[in-house]
Design a protein around this ligand. Structure first.
Ligand SMILES: Nc1ncnc2c1ncn2[C@@H]1O[C@H](COP(=O)(O)OP(=O)(O)OP(=O)(O)O)[C@@H](O)[C@H]1O
Length: 274
């Protein structure tokens, strides 16, 4: 199968620093996959995903998107149309004075004609439930609505891959769930989803989990394989799954004498906690 994004032997250091931030990274992302990237603070997750649309270039190695290298500036416009990015702080992505203007901005920038741009804009605003507030100024929106607006701007560009870099981390839990549901819906519609998160409970919607540590990929497999192997998350600075924490608590308090069946249920890291 042809990969959508291919990262080959990539090393990266920032100009101002001498240490390697990414070391010998090899990764292929395939059409329609949902890949979730986790890892401790400073492990290189955001740096890695910024390679995927050429925001950053590798110091060594190569990154290709649909076969085109990000190191050739002539490819960047096409690559950035294929790979959209949604960041943690939606405020940094908002440029328009109304919801509609903000969504349509990128389309005018790449020369889409007015009628087509308005049509695409209406479609994505309706899809994300923002059409009713299309004339509102973005600064009056809630955090969740702002993040949806950032997604609208990306979706209007009709990308094939969408990277969500910790985009739920500044939201309350209700808005975070709504944004996560949007990711699921987009994945079900065939988009390739790449998500960076520090929310360990969010990993189970992914097809693949990549765990980073100190600029390297420590694990690349299914979420189930990861939670079955406690060593995967060791030193990752991620909090253990809520279900694992409960289990550990119960294990430490054996005098509770809870029925074995419940204890066995809680021992399963895939225990569905809502
Ligand atoms: N523009 C930059 N210039 C110099 N160093 C940087 C720059 N951006 C990030 N770094 C450094 O690179 C390392 C990796 O940062 P990165 O943001 O990729 O990690 P992360 O895993 O996404 O962390 P977090 O979970 O805290 O967001 C950190 O030590 C960080 O300080």
């Amino acid at each position: 199968m042809e990969s959508v994004i291919s990262v080959k032997n990539v090393w990266l250091r920032y100009g101002s620093r001498h240490d390697w931030i990414l070391r010998e990274i090899n990764l292929a992302v395939y059409e329609g996959e949902w890949v979730t990237i986790v890892g401790g603070n400073g492990s290189g997750k955001s740096t890695l995903v910024r390679l995927f649309n050429g925001l950053l270039k590798p110091s060594l190695g190569d990154v290709t998107v649909y076969g085109k290298t990000t190191s050739d500036v002539r490819n960047l416009m096409t690559i950035r149309q294929h790979v959209g990015m949604v960041f943690q702080n939606a405020d940094n992505q908002i440029v328009g004075v109304t919801v509609q203007e903000d969504t349509i901005f990128g389309l005018y920038n790449i020369g889409v004609a007015q009628e087509q741009a308005e049509h695409r804009c209406r479609d994505v605003l309706q899809r994300l439930g923002l059409y009713e507030i299309k004339d509102h100024p973005p600064h009056l929106l809630s955090g969740g609505e702002k993040q949806k607006l950032a997604i609208a701007g990306v979706l209007a560009m009709e990308p094939k891959v969408i990277v969500f870099d910790e985009c739920t981390s500044m939201l309350d839990s209700k808005s975070a769930k709504e944004v996560h549901k949007i990711m699921s819906d987009l994945h079900n519609c065939g988009f390739t989803i790449i998500q960076v998160t520090n929310e360990i409970e969010e990993i189970f919607t992914a097809d693949r989990l990549v765990v980073m540590r100190k600029g390297t990929i420590r694990f690349d497999g299914t979420p189930r394989e990861a939670v079955d192997n406690p060593a995967v998350f060791k030193d990752s600075a991620l909090p253990p799954l809520f279900s694992v924490r409960i289990h550990n608590l119960l294990y430490a308090s054996r005098n509770l004498h809870l029925p074995t069946a419940i204890e066995r249920e809680l021992a399963d890291p895939l225990w569905k906690f809502v």
